[in-house]
Ligand binder design. Structure first.
Ligand SMILES: [Fe+2]
Ligand SMILES: [Fe+2]
Length: 310
């Protein structure tokens, strides 16, 4: 078994550059151990330099950053309040312990973003709910479809019937594969790259990197769960494929800034092609580890024999 130090070095299978097939997947027990080893405190992040940097941005730069970071702020509120269904659907105590850590993480992420929006951006609103309502004004229809309708419905179905395995596979596909694995980690990577390259807002970068490390742990759980379920059962695999086919175009729409061409847009100087390629190659590596290709009949999703018993 890998030591905690070794585990702490392992990102989720979508974050690896080795094709994703050479390491065994971490199970909930190992992911729980990793969580105990990767604590951070959102209240301790120092935003003083960030406030100076923000005050020097042009109005255009501010609007652009508010749009880019807004989907993460509101997204964290959505995923922290729409997680309870999965918490009730645990199969054993190891999974229950890990899922409880994810609930805490998502709330910590929401608190971190709310602090940033309140203290650095100066978003109008006396409390979190009022600030979130104001930040929501720039979200597009794809965001509403994915985070309000699809995620809300997946959560309700699990709350209604926690032992419904199809509902659990749907939930993890929407939440861990599409929202976290495809969208959140992509937005995190390009935002942090941009801010680091321009030496801007170091407090936010530190916090967002911590958020990203938590998200890799969450997505690692989702990859493990889908490998154990959809990876072993044809009807669950086809359910997962259908859900991905339905929601990936919606997820792609979430990233398109208002007024820009959905086929050819730019965020913080990165092209839509660059962004979509990163998101899709990360998803492909996870699907390979799960053992379910994006399209029925593709070979790319077949799992290596040596990782089948992770
Ligand atoms: Fe999160
Ligand atoms: Fe997460």
């Amino acid at each position: 078994m890998a030591s905690l130090e070794e585990l702490a070095q392992q990102p989720d299978p979508g974050g690896r550059d080795d094709g994703g097939g050479s390491q065994r997947l971490m199970d909930p027990e190992k992911l729980y151990d990793l969580w105990e080893n990767q604590h951070w405190r959102s209240q301790e992040i120092d935003f003083s330099q960030d406030k100076d940097d923000w005050s020097r941005f042009t109005e255009d730069q501010k609007d652009h950053l508010i749009w880019v970071l807004g989907s993460n702020y509101i997204g964290e509120e959505r995923v922290s309040t729409q997680f309870a269904g999965l918490l009730t659907a645990y199969a054993d105590h190891q999974e229950e312990a890990f899922l409880a850590t994810q609930q805490v993480d998502e709330s910590r992420h929401m608190v971190f973003f709310d602090r940033f929006y309140n203290e650095v951006i100066g978003m109008e609103g006396d409390d979190t709910a009022a600030r979130i309502a104001n930040a929501r004004e720039v979200m597009n229809d794809s965001f509403v479809k994915l985070f309000d309708e699809e995620l809300g419905e997946a959560n309700r179905r699990l709350l209604d019937n926690p032992s419904d395995m199809e509902a659990k596979v749907d939930f993890v596909t929407v939440y861990h594969m599409v929202i976290e694995g495809t969208l959140a980690l992509t937005a995190q990577k390009f935002s942090v790259d941009y801010l680091e390259e321009h030496e801007l807002m170091p407090g936010f970068v530190e916090g967002f990197e911590n958020v990203g490390r938590d998200e890799h742990r969450h997505v690692a759980y989702g990859t493990w769960f889908l490998q154990q379920t959809a990876g072993q059962d044809e009807s669950l695999a086809s359910r997962m494929q259908n859900k991905l086919q339905e929601l990936l175009p919606v997820a792609q729409g979430v990233l398109v800034p208002t007024g820009q061409d959905p086929e050819d847009f730019e965020i913080l100087g990165y092209s839509s092609q660059e962004i979509n390629e990163f998101a899709f190659s990360s998803l492909s590596r996870r699907l390979k580890a799960i053992g379910v290709p994006l399209q029925p009949g593709e070979n790319g999703g077949e799992r290596d024999a040596d990782e089948a018993d992770s």
